[in-house]
Design a protein around this ligand. Structure first.
Ligand code: BYC
Length: 327
């Protein structure tokens, strides 16, 4: 229970919703109208939105870490400035998304608690290390590209506060993508060693990027319901296909090799087929057993502890200013 709203955690309880209200809600969604926080909504819609927006917010805040470790090592002053700005933007995205999730009744403190206890998920990709500067270039280009595909699509969805946050985020992400592409082009047109490190980074990140869009549609748990309620405006496989269409030609253009010998586009259907990106690894990583899961959560736990006195001080009533004792 958060305030006067009960968040149903656990199995779907759709049948408990008033059927007339549910029908009116679904008709509204079908007409393409937006849902605002004070509108009636099925409990399962609220639960799903909290789950997804909260995971997205955690992904932004944890996503700041792999690139963040490179701020002190970025090559040159201008790249350092640009990287710092990008990392700050990602943390800002988390703030926007936590605010959007709060409109559904779950307090931010509870969301952070669920993140650092390992209860909530966040994007698989941020559980891998950024080993070299080239890794940061690949993250800023291709992970931001993947995120933009997902977010531009879902910004046309049904829950207004999430859509508004996504629109704003996408504008900043587009700039990150340009920054990432600039770094990739510099490495791709640089010395043989720079090209080699870029190819090695692409090889490391390709499978996690395939996983980023979620499991194949036939294995996705939530897609059907979320597409029906226009929270997701495309399926996981559709978004992955969109990524191939837009970015595989660009990767080839740079003379890089996509590390998947089975990747090809069917000239008739226009669909890409690809090798198994190891879905078992995906499951392990999203369930806490990736190369950096423990490290990422430990950083957030420390940040939470170190910032506690600031939050407590801010939460105190204004009248509690220090008054010197009369002696
Ligand atoms: N990673 O039924 P499915 C950024 C989970 S950050 C982890 O298909 P759904 C950036 C899923 O949660 C932007 N878990 O799920 C920041 C579910 O588990 P639960 C990140 C994943 O929700 C810094 C289970 O698998 N973007 O751009 O229909 C620097 C079954 O999956 C993943 C977002 O967060 C995954 N990749 O669809 C640079 C987008 N995929 O909850 C860049 C918002 C699936 O039942 N999220 N799972 O325990 C979404 O759009 C959707 O949640 C997904 C998955 C498409 C990811």
């Amino acid at each position: 229970m958060y305030g006067n709203i009960t968040i149903v955690e656990g199995p779907t309880e759709e049948h408990h919703d008033d059927p007339e209200k549910l029908a009116a809600f679904e008709a509204k969604i079908d007409r393409g109208e937006k849902i605002e926080p004070h509108d009636w909504m099925p409990r399962e819609y609220r639960r799903q939105l909290i789950r997804m927006i909260e995971q997205h917010a955690h992904s932004e805040i944890i996503g700041a870490l792999p690139e963040g470790t490179w701020i002190t090592r970025a090559p040159g002053f201008k790249r350092k400035m640009a990287l710092m700005a990008k990392v700050q933007d990602e943390v800002g995205h988390a703030q926007l998304l936590y605010s959007a999730a709060e409109t559904l009744g779950k307090p931010r403190e509870k969301m952070i608690e669920d993140l650092i206890s390992g209860k909530s998920k966040y994007s698989n990709v941020f559980n891998y290390p950024a080993e070299t500067w080239a890794d940061t270039a690949v993250i800023a280009w291709l992970i931001d590209a993947a995120a933009i595909i997902n977010q531009v699509t879902n910004s046309k969805g049904s829950y207004a506060p999430y859509c508004r946050a996504l629109e704003r985020i996408c504008q900043e992400e587009s700039f990150h993508l340009k920054y990432g592409y600039d770094n990739v082009v510099t490495l791709a047109t640089g010395t043989p060693a720079q090209r080699e490190s870029l190819q090695a980074a692409l090889n490391r990140w390709w499978k996690p990027i395939m996983h980023f869009f979620g499991p194949p549609d036939k294995e996705s748990v939530h897609t059907e319901k979320l597409v029906r309620w226009k929270v997701k405006m495309a399926t996981n496989d559709d978004m992955r296909q969109q990524f191939f269409n837009q970015y595989v030609p660009k990767i080839w253009e740079l003379g890089l090799t996509v590390p998947d010998p089975e990747l090809r586009k069917d000239p008739v259907t226009g669909k890409w087929s690809y090798g198994d990106p190891d879905w078992d690894e995906f499951k392990r990583v999203i369930n806490g057993d990736g190369p950096c899961n423990a490290e990422r959560l430990a950083v957030r736990r420390t940040a939470e502890e170190m910032g506690r006195w600031v939050r407590q001080a801010l939460a105190r009533p204004q009248v509690e200013h220090y008054v010197a004792p009369l002696v």
